[in-house]
Design a protein around this ligand. Structure first.
Ligand code: SF4
Length: 337
């Protein structure tokens, strides 16, 4: 087979090396203009107040992480949770206008907004649509605190807007230390090192950054935890959280197992499945919401202790979820408020 190379455009400041080749299926993009609301109130028992408020300018995610719990939301649209989730992307062009309208009514009750949940806020499409960017501008205008979770260095494009937010934290989802280890589970994401470089760029600019080691896949990436925390520390991250793989639906389970079988040796697949079964009581799926992000064996306790030991050693503030921090105001802004 002929090898086709594609050297990056040398003058593109935001180009990033991706873990694998693009999905073989054609990408389809749909614009949804009938959306009435852009802030979603989502149940989150471990969140302050029991709920989190999220903004998603897109549905579906070309990053294609096989473990992604958001795959199930594509089924609400009549699409599949497998390759449809990665190749049929819905764009919400009205998102910034809707956000402004909703914040006019709800600003006083809004603790903070999360940019993540049903998609990555910095999909490659965001480079063109700039919807996340425009929504962040609205948040800056209304002085709403923001937490962002992403796998993409494209977030550095919006550094100027991030600096104008009253409070902000940017967490990079980084469960694997190398491209090779990431590839079987995150085939179309920017490579881990590109995420670390973006983390450093934001940290150096004074933005609070963190690392989310999520998911920890029992029997696969526990050994990456010390190295991930050390690399994040070098890149200026101050906060860290981790959580165990959770698979919410049958369709996600089928897809997850199928992709493991395609991309990993049989012995490794067996090890992951057996370890997961021990953590989940004979299944890949959790039995209750309370068990969603944690395991139940002594082995999981060892993993938690490993994380806590290295997080403490490196001076991280640990959290079960992303939190927002004050943004150092620039001199020009201080006069405005
Ligand atoms: S980047 Fe996030 S939203 Fe996108 S597929 Fe991966 S886990 Fe899901």
């Amino acid at each position: 087979m002929r090898q086709v190379t594609n050297p990056p455009y040398p003058y593109d400041r935001y180009s990033a090396e991706y873990v694998g080749e693009p999905p073989p299926t054609k990408l389809e993009v749909f614009e949804e203009t009938s959306t009435k609301k852009i802030i979603t109130k989502a149940f989150a028992s471990d969140w302050e107040g029991g709920f989190r408020y999220t903004v998603n300018c897109y549905r579906g995610c070309v990053h294609g992480c096989t473990y992604c719990f958001a795959r199930q939301y594509h089924e609400y649209l009549g699409y599949g949770a497998g390759t449809d989730f990665e190749t049929k992307i819905v764009v919400k062009p009205n998102a910034p206008r809707l956000l402004r309208e909703e914040l006019k009514r709800t600003r006083d009750r809004m603790p903070h907004l999360d940019f993540s949940f049903a998609t990555d806020p910095y999909l490659p499409l965001e480079a063109e649509y700039k919807l996340t960017r425009q929504c962040l501008e609205v948040c800056a205008e209304f002085r709403v605190p923001v937490a962002i979770i992403t796998k993409s260095p494209l977030v550095t494009r919006d550094l100027d807007v991030l600096k104008r937010l009253s409070k902000v934290s940017v967490f990079f989802s980084l469960p694997f230390l190398t491209k090779e280890r990431s590839n079987p589970f995150e085939p179309y994401t920017p490579v881990p090192e590109a995420r670390f470089r973006a983390m450093k760029t934001l940290s150096d600019a004074g933005i609070a950054t963190g690392i989310g080691i999520a998911p920890v896949i029992p029997g696969y990436n526990e050994s990456d935890i010390p190295g991930l925390l050390e690399r994040a520390k070098e890149c200026g991250a101050r906060r860290a959280f981790m959580s165990m793989l959770h698979i919410d639906t049958d369709s996600i389970e089928q897809f997850f197992v199928q992709k493991m079988n395609e991309r990993l040796p049989e012995t490794r697949v067996r090890k992951i499945i057996n370890t997961m079964h021990r953590e989940r009581g004979g299944s890949l799926r959790h039995r209750s919401f309370a068990e969603r992000s944690i395991g139940r064996t002594e082995q999981w306790d060892v993993t938690v202790k490993l994380f806590e030991f290295h997080a403490k050693r490196l001076g991280f503030k640990q959290h079960e979820r992303p939190v927002v921090e004050d943004t150092p105001a620039e001199p020009a802004q201080q006069s405005l408020f």
